[in-house]
Write a protein that binds this ligand. Structure first.
Ligand code: UD1
Length: 332
């Protein structure tokens, strides 16, 4: 069974990916520094998969710790999730983002090189497109100057990987993952006040927040609110399994990038309405001003993922908002 090192494997996308890896015959080895998650997630992963999972509490910035971990397991490939992701925070604390997201990647690649591990799946983001000239946006679209240090770390990360000729890289450009595992044992666990839309919605529905503010209804979209491509996190997790399969089947590949989205654009109000309809509740929301740095509309052209990776999103919007609420409810 192939060992897959999963950095940030106790985070939101990482934890769902660990479950899908096990279901598809891979053996995950998790590294997480617990900076934005808790050890309880490991327990839940072991409950869902009914097996024990190798875990290291370690920081990807430490080459010493990484060296120890690589020497203890024969690693076939790395899935690199471990990174900070709060856009607003990255504007205020750019060095924190460059140190962790870029420094961590470089440390990891150094150690991979010395152990002759060349296979890597990288967590990139649709943020690399900035405000695209048109949507759906495909992988050949122009990469514009990032509108935040966070976005820049994803652009630079892709460039570093593509410059490292020894690697076989698949970079996945995620659109907006939402929802939770069907068991409701794992999901998105924001620390403090959530930045992202769906955790804010579920916390408002749960009474933790008084109301949610929709950031602007004067955009050039069908109802004036921003459009995103929301994708179920389990579908996104499965894209990583497909990426590993692709790397195995194309050992001489060097660098490939794929959009991972459903191909459907939805407005903020459409998400709120779906959440209310499916979960049969009313959400307290108001319309506020625009959030600085927000993109008006972006959704994926996912043809390449379909034809080259053999990956498609299968889970619909109703299950996304149902599972998000089921997860929130069991947190209380
Ligand atoms: C952004 C980045 C994405 C990054 C993610 C990490 C872009 C295009 N996307 O996602 O790459 O991985 O952050 O956190 O830069 N909204 C409200 N009220 C709220 C919260 C959000 O109306 O309280 C709206 C936003 O204005 C936006 C939509 O909901 O239109 C989605 O917001 P969010 O969940 O924060 O994701 P992005 O900003 O798309």
């Amino acid at each position: 069974m192939k060992n897959i090192l999963v950095t940030g494997g106790l985070g939101y996308i990482g934890s769902h990916t660990v479950i899908e890896l096990i279901a598809h015959g891979y053996n995950p080895v998790i590294i997480d520094d617990l900076s934005n998650t808790s050890l309880d997630v490991l327990k839940k992963l072991e409950e869902i998969s009914a097996q024990s999972i190798k875990f290291y509490q370690a920081d990807v910035n430490s080459e010493t710790e990484l060296t120890r971990i690589f020497s203890e397991s024969d690693i076939h490939a790395v899935i690199h999730f471990a990174a900070f992701k709060a856009v607003g925070e990255s504007v205020n604390e750019p060095l924190k983002y460059y140190r962790n997201n870029i420094g961590g990647l470089i440390s990891l690649l150094q150690v991979m090189k010395s152990f002759e591990v060349k296979n890597i799946v990288f967590s990139s983001s649709c943020t690399v497109y900035g405000e695209p000239d048109h949507s759906p946006v495909d992988e050949l679209a122009q990469i514009k100057k990032a509108n935040s240090p966070y976005g820049n770390t994803k652009q630079i990360g892709e460039e570093i990987l593509s410059d490292c000729q020894f690697l076989n890289t698949v970079a996945l450009r995620y659109f907006n993952p939402i929802g939770a595992h069907a068991s409701a044992k794992i999901g998105e666990l924001p620390l403090g006040v959530p930045n992202n839309l769906v955790p804010f919605i579920t916390q408002t529905a749960a009474g933790i927040r008084e109301k949610i503010t929709v950031f602007g209804n004067d955009y050039n979209t069908k109802d004036g609110t921003c459009v995103r491509d929301y994708i179920h996190v389990v579908d996104l997790a499965n894209a990583h399994v497909k990426a590993l399969d692709y790397i195995r089947q194309h050992p001489d590949n060097h660098f490939e990038v794929f959009n991972i989205g459903t191909g459907n654009g939805l407005t903020v109000l459409e998400i709120i309405q779906a959440f209310e309809r499916v979960n049969q509740l009313k959400l307290n929301y108001t319309i506020g001003g625009r959030r600085a740095g927000d993109v008006e509309k972006v959704w994926a052209d996912n043809q390449k993922a379909d034809t080259v990776l053999g990956w498609k999103a299968n889970i619909g919007l109703d299950e996304m908002v149902r599972s998000a609420w089921a997860w929130q409810q069991q947190l209380q």
